[in-house]
Design a protein around this ligand. Sequence first.
Ligand SMILES: NC(=O)c1ccc[n+]([C@@H]2O[C@H](COP(=O)([O-])OP(=O)(O)OC[C@H]3O[C@@H](n4cnc5c(N)ncnc54)[C@H](O)[C@@H]3O)[C@@H](O)[C@H]2O)c1
Length: 243
Amino acid sequence: MTGKVAVVTGAARGLGAAVAGELHALGHRVALLDLDGEGARRRAQELGGAAFGVKVDVRDPVAVRAALDRVRERLGVPQVLVNNAARTVSRSVWEIELDEWDDVLAVNLRSVLVLTRELAPAMRERGWGRIVNMASLAGQQGGLVAGAHYASSKAGILVLTKIFARELAPYGVTVNAVAPAAVRTPVMDGMDPERLESARAAIPVGRFGQPEEVAGLVGFLCGERTGYLTGATVDVNGGAFMR
Ligand SMILES: NC(=O)c1ccc[n+]([C@@H]2O[C@H](COP(=O)([O-])OP(=O)(O)OC[C@H]3O[C@@H](n4cnc5c(N)ncnc54)[C@H](O)[C@@H]3O)[C@@H](O)[C@H]2O)c1
């Protein structure tokens, strides 16, 4: 399983940076897309060769197309896509402004539609592809910490994953969602400590997850041996939600 080109959105920091590291360690050439272009380039440099950081706003379909053209020129045609970029906002459902609602949905959900429609056709033509969408426990149960717009975007990802999985299944392209609960990343820094502590206390494993614990799962889902695993939502939540 070497030599594929992987695109990871939101890869400058947090889970995306860990996923980029995992895919790179597995032998992929990795394109790191992020609104924070400097962070994406820095992370790409840390990874060493065969990694490319690109500044892009995933809300902007024209900019996404241009960024993916650069990726194709630089690394080749992507056959792995991890839709990870997200805006996490903690706010009461009564207080969300509609502009903020639209923006969170555009970053978190519409980008999955845009990136998948850009990259899946080449995967389909080649008869092999892996797409992993970063969902959340919030999309299954409503967020304890994050707002209703965030939770709704993640619920939308779960069904969009199934829709694309069904469309692409005959062509060797799998599409799965990963649903973490509370993972130690910079996104936690701005959150109310009391709500964070109550979230931690509800996790049977008794601690927050580490980015590498999610990245390892994403790496597995992007591997050669998962051709029969598609349309699934894989929980990685310390037991916080058991089906
Ligand atoms: N950390 C957790 O506890 C947790 C739990 C469940 C799900 N998740 C999901 O995992 C993913 C990563 O989470 P994280 O904690 O690493 O978040 P994070 O905020 O640390 O990182 C998100 C990255 O996305 C980038 N980004 C934001 N808006 C963008 C845009 N418009 N265009 C391009 N890039 C943009 C940011 O610059 C940042 O680098 C997200 O999808 C998040 O919803 C995280």
